[in-house]
Design a protein around this ligand. Structure first.
Ligand code: AP5
Length: 208
């Protein structure tokens, strides 16, 4: 099954994608994670995209599409995959249709006032990718990952100014993608304001 998660920054897509991918035994393809890995490794792509990401703007379509196409060539995606963070605009959705038809698109619905604390209080493990929140899901030992002890990071694009830009970009460029998939009958809305377990249960119902 080919599934995509859509929704505003901080709605919980990454948290749920990790859980669902492990449950369905399919790869979790997060374009944000792939781009952050390129930035960290200082690859030519990483150097090119870093400024866009830190400012909270979208990376140019051709760069993200190239990265995703390359990843989808790997044999582990043949049986299905979970896209998280792609498509981000209608042009990306059109490009995707050419080479990866989706079976279901889940929209994480959360009001803006609930997104802000999720983003500004988020901390992530740079080694294993585990996502924490200082309020709703703090690490057992402050500042360190429960799994591997690595020092947690605060994403540069989770600063308030970049968060504001990301929310504007979402409204202007990504929200129209919801209509695109609704018109195709693929979109299901997930109320994303409950606990992680409640959201997980809503996802299971939407995919049943
Ligand atoms: P990306 O990494 O995709 O970021 P995003 O879409 O903005 O989403 P986030 O990762 O911020 O949030 P999330 O919904 O995954 O929430 P999370 O689970 O972490 O993109 C980053 C950047 O990369 C973009 O700005 C752009 O520059 C570039 N990019 C990526 N893809 C691109 C593309 N296709 N085209 C162009 N550019 C692209 O949860 C957030 C917080 O809430 C956490 O602290 C978590 O613990 C907490 N939380 C989660 N669920 C709950 C819950 N149920 N209750 C309480 N707290 C919860």
């Amino acid at each position: 099954m080919m599934i995509a998660f859509l929704g505003p920054p901080g709605a919980g897509k990454g948290t749920q994608a990790k859980l669902l991918a492990s449950e369905l035994h399919v790869p979790h393809l997060s374009t944000g994670d792939m781009l952050r890995a390129a930035v960290k490794a200082r690859t030519p792509l990483g150097v090119e995209v870093e400024g866009f990401m830190t400012a909270g703007k979208l990376v140019p379509d051709r760069l993200v599409l190239g990265l995703l196409r390359e990843r989808l060539r790997a044999p582990d995606t043949a049986g299905g995959c979970l896209l998280d963070g792609y498509p981000r605009n209608v042009a990306q959705a059109e490009a995707l249709r050419e080479f990866l038809p989706l079976d279901r698109v889940l929209y994480f619905d959360l009001p803006e006032q609930e997104l802000l604390p999720r983003l500004t209080e988020r901390r992530s493990c740079p080694t294993c990718g585990t996502i924490y929140n200082l309020r709703s899901h703090p690490p057992k030992h402050a500042g360190h990952c429960d799994r591997d002890g690595a020092e947690l990071i605060h994403r540069p694009d989770d600063r308030l100014e970049a968060v504001r830009t990301r929310l504007q970009v979402y409204q202007g460029e990504t929200a129209p993608v919801l209509e695109y998939y609704r018109a195709k009958g693929l979109l299901r809305t997930i109320p994303a304001g409950g606990s992680v377990e409640e959201v997980r249960a809503a996802i299971r119902r939407a995919l049943a």
